[in-house]
Design a protein around this ligand. Structure first.
Ligand SMILES: Cc1ncc(COP(=O)(O)O)c(C=O)c1O
Length: 416
């Protein structure tokens, strides 16, 4: 059983639609619209044109020959999703859902965002398709992903800082759902990961599956065979499900999903739900594995805002239960090391989220034989992380001096 699609919104025992009555008709309207337009040839044609002319698809599959040589094991390929417009896979789903919303006659999209990549992608898609966009973002994430906030605003989106709870992605989701229920007319909630109440996990996975379809074609052209192992990072599950789906029936292809190991194993220090810390629960409208305490979602930590979330997509939870996908984690420190390694050896700037997957490649590739192929998804580019990465890697103080100097010049300019 491949579990490629939900059955009535469920993947085994996970998924479903556990929502207040007011939300039910909005989700049903979306499910009906997706059933009507999703596979419609006209819709697919319009989507393909935007993918090719605006997103920049297909994204390249890089043979990482330097990393392969340095690590001395499997042949490593990197899918460069970070080269898509706005710098991450999030645009695949944002454009798909925004197009769908237009067909439904909606004029506004609202979105939650953590790293800002989904907010940025939604703002970009809305600008391109002539729609309004409001983005809910935890205040802590607004601070740590300021460059993305700036760009969202340039696309004309309103970015609303969420000050409740832990001021991160969990709270942004709560706020976005509440606002949608309060004011649903003409508004589509553009959810950014393969989770939430049905039909979102199916919709998001389908729009992201273009990643794996391209990888399959590209690796067959280059190598004439499939990879032995595929590795992706997991926040909610959109890049991993998009990357894995086309290979689920290829039983010889192993799939490894990498969660945020953060600072360590204590609750509040990581976002690894599948290493035994998480348990079955219902939050944000779906049943899955969550980090939780006394009926509340636990606080989480990750160096990457995009993996800093207490729940996991229901399909991933089911695929793990079936033994189809295995889970592991990378700590913040391993991520910084992996970032340095791949930047130096391959000339790529991976997002800190994606670097979790690359950290696993460093551990895994040397244990594999040289006639095996390992493909990793670089879900995003890391320019957005410069305010986190630079202080972490710079031991000379140059970065701090630069920032102080910028602030001083800014102050002087204001005085003039
Ligand atoms: C670049 C990047 N990769 C991965 C993720 C994690 O999300 P998902 O698991 O839905 O792919 C994010 C989330 O913001 C992201 O920005």
């Amino acid at each position: 059983m491949s579990e490629e699609e939900s059955k009535g919104g469920f993947f085994g025992e996970f998924g479903g639609r556990f929502v207040p009555d007011e939300l039910e008709p909005l989700l049903q309207e979306l499910a009906d619209a997706y059933a009507k337009f999703g596979k419609d040839p006209d819709f697919q044609k319009e989507l393909l044109t935007i993918q090719q002319t605006f997103i920049g698809r297909p994204t390249p599959l890089l043979y990482a020959e330097n990393a392969t040589r340095e690590l001395g094991g499997a042949k490593i390929y990197i899918k460069l999703e970070g080269l898509a417009n706005t710098g991450a896979h999030k645009i695949n789903n944002a454009v798909g859902q925004a197009l769908l919303a237009k067909r439904m006659g909606k004029h506004t999209v609202i979105a939650e965002t953590g790293a800002g990549q989904h907010g940025l992608a939604s703002a970009c898609a809305a600008a391109r398709l002539g729609m309004k966009c409001r983005v809910y973002m935890g205040q802590d994430d607004v601070r740590r992903q300021r460059p993305n906030v700036f760009w969202m605003q340039q696309f004309g989106a309103e970015v609303i800082p969420v000050t409740r709870g832990s001021k991160t992605l969990t709270d942004a989701v709560d706020e976005a759902i509440e606002q949608w229920v309060k004011n649903p007319d003409g508004v589509h909630y553009l959810l950014g990961s393969a989770l939430g109440p049905a039909p979102y996990p199916d919709i998001v996975r389908d729009f992201q599956s273009v990643i794996g379809r391209e990888v399959k074609q590209q690796i067959k052209e280059r190598e004439g065979r499939l990879p032995s192992v595929m590795v992706a990072c997991v926040g909610g599950g959109s890049n991993s499900m998009g990357f894995f789906t086309d290979f689920l029936n290829d039983k010889d292809v192993k799939m490894v999903a990498v969660e945020a190991g953060g600072r360590g194993p204590e609750i509040g220090d990581h976002a690894a739900r599948m290493n035994g810390s998480g348990s079955l629960g219902v939050f944000h409208g779906y049943k899955s594995i969550f980090l939780q305490e006394e009926g509340q979602m636990s606080p989480t930590h990750s160096i990457s805002a995009g993996l800093d979330y207490a729940g996991i997509g229901p399909q991933l939870a089911q695929l793990e239960k079936m033994g189809r996908i295995s889970f592991t984690l990378a700590t913040d420190a391993e991520v910084i090391e992996a970032f340095r390694f791949f930047a130096r050896n391959e000339g790529i700037i991976p997002a800190l989220e994606s670097t979790h997957a690359l950290a696993e490649v460093i551990k895994l590739a040397p244990k594999m034989s040289s006639d095996e192929i390992l493909v990793v998804n670089m879900s995003g580019r890391g320019d957005k992380d410069i305010f986190i990465t630079a202080p972490a890697v710079d031991q000379t103080g140059t970065w701090e001096a630069f920032l102080r100097d910028e602030v001083r010049r800014f102050d002087e300019k204001k005085k003039q």
